[in-house]
Design a binder for this molecule. Structure first.
Ligand SMILES: [Zn+2]
Length: 375
């Protein structure tokens, strides 16, 4: 007792500590039982590691949390990283809105704000608006960014690092923010970041695999596997809006033909019925049945490929509720493999305007410090 392990034993212990810290950094607050599950450590080892980390004030224990539902309502305590351990900054440079959210490493949002911007606002100007908003929030809430771990930024349009298709925009955003804050900066498409946020904080909180679909003026999506955003070879994984639903359909700017987006985007639907979102008249409801069916078919195919725990559907069109979801569920059930159907939960998105900014924060927290330090 009392002697610190040395040599291989000490290395092993550090690896175990790293596993616990990483689980809490990527998932937020967890019970000891959940930590056992996520780290694959034995109960005894975990208990010892947690004790050490608590002693070092790397962790914080929030006692007497309500029961997690299972068990007999015995209070369980939640462990998080020490909130004082650092901050992450999330930005969403959207079409019509700039959003900024700041959270600590314990996954608690400490400040959030937004400003409107015109649709064609140039990128340098968007960045200026975002930085002014950061200054405004840090001043108002007396937040020091000296312990900033990283910045995660959502931008509109594709972020394809491999082909360099959007590299000018990405480079401008990354270089400007890196110069301003001196920390790692991660940039991704804002719909994909909303997917990650839903899997970390929203409708899919706590799951390991989630498929996200956003039904708005465009149709996009994202895929979260093992608690992390899955990019794919070219950064385009989860582009559900560009799955073809009509081989003879119109050509799409993506290079495909008859893409789902062409049939179920709000832009297309409002051309046929201006009040589609009210779903009051028969025309609107018929259109929603057709849209829901098409979406359900595409989701069935995607889920047969990925077999996710949860499918999260967001965007304005999802706000039409059962008008969209009844036909969507019917088609989904008709075309999924029984094993896939049994395990997949279909649900509406839970987060609001700040989803992509929160996704930026999640991107910082789910990227390990070792990965972040790579050039
Ligand atoms: Zn397309």
């Amino acid at each position: 007792m009392g002697t610190e392990p040395s040599g291989p034993l000490r290395l092993l212990r550090e690896t175990h500590e790293e596993r616990v810290l990483t689980a809490l950094r990527t998932r937020g607050a967890l019970t000891r039982a959940q930590l056992v599950e996520h780290t694959n450590l034995s109960r005894a080892t975990l208990s010892s590691i947690v004790q050490t980390l608590l002693g070092r004030q790397a962790l914080t224990e929030t006692g007497e949390e309500a029961s997690t539902g299972r068990g007999r309502g015995r209070p369980v305590s939640l462990l998080t990283l020490n909130p004082a351990g650092g901050l992450a900054l999330g930005l969403d440079l959207g079409h019509r809105r700039i959003q900024v959210t700041i959270a600590n490493v314990a996954h608690e949002a400490v400040a959030s704000g937004e400003v409107a911007c015109a649709e064609r606002t140039p990128w340098p100007r968007r960045l200026r608006l975002a930085l002014d908003l950061v200054d405004d929030l840090t001043t108002r809430y007396e937040i020091s960014l000296t312990a900033l771990a990283g910045v995660g930024v959502g931008i509109v349009g594709p972020v394809d690092e491999a082909t360099g298709a959007s590299n000018d925009r990405v480079a401008l955003v990354r270089d400007t923010l890196r110069a301003r804050f001196g920390v790692p900066v991660f940039v991704d498409n804002n719909t994909r970041l909303a997917a990650l946020a839903e899997a970390v904080w929203g409708a899919g909180a706590g799951v390991s695999s989630a498929l996200y679909l956003r039904l708005s003026y465009g149709v996009g999506g994202g895929l979260v596997l093992g608690g992390r955003l899955f990019a794919g070879a070219g950064g385009a994984a989860g582009e559900l809006g560009h799955i073809s639903v009509d081989r003879d359909g119109p050509a799409c700017p993506c290079g495909g033909r008859g893409c789902l987006e062409r049939y179920v985007s709000l832009t297309t639907l409002q051309e046929q019925c201006a009040d589609i979102l009210d779903a009051r008249d028969a025309t609107a409801r018929d259109l929603l049945v057709d849209a829901g069916t098409r979406v359900g078919e595409v989701l069935a195919a995607a889920c047969n490929t990925v077999n996710p725990e949860v499918v999260v559907i967001g965007g304005e069109l999802a706000e039409t509720g059962d008008h969209l979801f009844d036909p969507l569920r019917a088609a989904f059930h008709r075309y999924t493999h029984s094993q896939v159907r049994r395990t997949a939960r279909l649900t509406r998105a839970a987060l609001g305007h700040d989803a992509a900014a929160r996704g930026g924060i999640a991107l910082v927290l789910t990227t390990t410090p070792q990965e972040a330090s790579r050039p």
